[in-house]
Ligand binder design. Structure first.
Ligand code: HEM
Length: 512
């Protein structure tokens, strides 16, 4: 009995190597609850591009190498695209959130099928005008109150996806939708992050009554809030359609095809939810971009020179200009590389036992794609901790001379195989456009201390981890590059009014 107990937590011989385990717990106490990617990357340098951890009975495998990612994950996607069980998440979403659902479930198949239509290249083009109009408000807001840049970024990314998904915009940061959305996120983070209850490890915790398990109350509150938001938005879309006032948004399409897609109302509402939730990643990206511009000012100057030479008449860039802006596109890749919004992606689970190289990795193993480790490897990237977009002008994947990059792909920060982020094309187009317009419009620089008049340096590594990886709040100066540009920013925002109107049908007077 004791021998059996002590064998819990011990690494089986056929697993990839990894740090030494202790009885029962395995490596559980060695994994930090936050920024685990840093520790995983350290272990990858020691144990290799595929290593294993034991967490009690369970096995975790971490992939930190592009070749292993291709061979073990991408090529075997049918067997590697499950999701580990996620009890607190399922209490909030009743199992309807496709990012959490196993790839063998109907929820996942229906959701991916519907998203395919929304996010096909033709549909992405259909949604670009609203993104362009929203960008005119972002520039206007930054001009008016640059110190609130974080709020403006969050409104911008939220409003684009709210319009695309539910046909309603968010013209200011304090609308009911945005308030409920962020309150829902605040509650959710408390129970789904690594600091939440370890209920997937200790399933017995499911049976603890709510009065001794405050996390159950938090799940209930998060569920109530989010259902109010998503079902309310869905019902507004239904009403618009019934009145013949459709906006052409995603949920209207889902409602019209609900029968063909075989989707219940819950499945439809939570599908819209996942699109909206993605606004966090875009928000973190833009915040990281500004942080990098402040910390590495020469990159902003180079981008401005490129924009000024391609658009000598000083007009703002359009989506069509992106093809002529290689440095802007290199910035997009470099922010994804240096500060991946999901450094460990979303965990996968093996649906079948896998033999890989000399290892046997059992069914049910949780697999993390350590995008951070792959994208920060000093063997592959010259000075990986430096923000240097030029590297993507010198080689396709930014790798150093002599590195064989045949197993690399630009989509590494977006996951793998059948689970690859379906929003990648939409978000990359919008983000490249956002970079171009921000660079065209503003100078970003270190803030000035009002007393000493000295520059306040930013810390490029000061990040926080909630649902996504995002810079901690930081101060910076954002000013228009010229009075002529400031005038154009105001003008462009006024000109965008007609593009906004169809998304404002259900807004109150105060919200507009
Ligand atoms: C900077 C922006 C974004 C980043 C870095 C990002 C990254 C990711 C990553 C790493 C995954 C996990 C993939 C895997 O499990 O292998 C994922 C999943 C997902 N993303 Fe994104 N994403 C972004 C924006 C978006 C947008 C804008 C949308 C929707 C419009 C979206 C929709 C989804 C969905 C639905 C999933 C779940 C896919 C599944 O489980 O099958 N994402 N994303």
């Amino acid at each position: 009995m004791i021998t059996k107990l002590l064998s819990i937590g011990r690494r089986e011989q056929h697993l990839p190597p990894g740090p030494p385990t202790v009885p029962i717990l395995g490596n559980a106490l060695m994994v930090p609850p936050k920024f685990a990617q840093i520790k995983f990357t350290e272990w990858a340098r020691q144990y290799g591009g595929i290593f294993s951890l034991k967490i009690g009975h369970g096995t975790v495998v971490v992939v930190s190498d592009a070749t292993v990612l291709k061979e073990f994950m991408d090529k075997r996607s049918n067997e590697t695209s499950g999701r580990p069980s996620f009890y607190t998440g399922s209490l909030i979403t009743d199992g309807y959130f496709i990012a959490e659902a196993d790839s063998t479930t109907d929820i996942w198949h229906m959701g991916r099928k519907a998203l395919q239509t929304l996010l096909s290249p033709q549909s992405v083009n259909k949604h670009l005008p609203v993104a362009v109009a929203e960008s005119s408000q972002l520039l206007f807001d930054l001009l008016r109150s640059p110190q609130d840049f974080e709020k403006h970024i969050d409104r911008y990314t939220f409003s684009i996806l709210l319009s695309i998904a539910f046909g309603k915009r968010c013209p200011r940061p304090d609308t009911e939708e945005e308030r409920i959305f962020y309150e829902g996120v605040r509650l959710t983070v408390q129970v789904v992050s690594a600091e939440g209850p370890p209920v997937d490890l200790l399933p017995i915790l499911k049976y603890v009554p709510e009065r001794w398990a405050p996390w159950k109350r938090i799940c209930r509150e998060a569920r109530t809030l989010q259902r109010r938001l998503y079902f309310g938005l869905l019902e507004e879309a239904e009403t618009r359609l019934a009145r013949g006032e459709g906006t052409g948004c995603f949920m209207e399409e889902v409602i019209q095809r609900q029968e063909e897609l075989g989707m219940s109302k819950d499945a439809a509402a939570w599908l819209g939810a996942i699109v909206l939730e993605a606004s966090h990643s875009s928000g973190s990206f833009i915040s990281s971009l500004i942080l990098c511009f402040v910390a590495f000012p020469e990159t902003l100057r180079k981008a401005q020179n490129e924009i000024d030479s391609v658009l000598p008449d000083g007009r703002p860039p359009t989506m069509d200009d992106l093809a002529s802006l290689p440095y802007v596109r290199a910035i997009l890749r470099e922010v994804h590389r240096l500060k991946p919004m999901a450094p460990l992606g979303m965990p996968h689970a093996l649906l079948e036992t896998q033999e890989y190289r000399s290892y046997v990795i059992p069914k049910g193993t949780t697999v993390f794609i350590n995008a951070w480790g792959i994208l920060h490897d000093p063997e592959v990237f010259d000075e990986p901790e430096v923000f240097r977009p030029e590297r993507f002008l010198l080689s396709e994947h930014g790798t150093k001379p002599g590195v064989d990059s045949k197993d690399w792909r630009a989509s590494i920060p977006f996951g793998s195989g059948r689970r690859l982020c379906p929003g990648m094309n939409l978000v990359n187009t919008n983000l490249a456009f956002t970079i171009a317009t921000l660079v065209w419009a503003f100078d970003f620089a270190a803030a000035i201390d009002p007393v000493t008049k000295a520059q306040i340096p930013v810390d490029i590594d000061a990040y926080e981890e909630g649902l996504v990886f995002r810079p901690r709040p930081f101060a910076c100066s954002i000013s228009p590059r010229s009075e002529a540009k400031a005038r154009l920013i105001r003008q462009r925002f006024t000109d965008a009014t007609p593009a906004f109107s169809k998304y404002e049908l259900f807004l109150t007077k105060e919200e507009k």
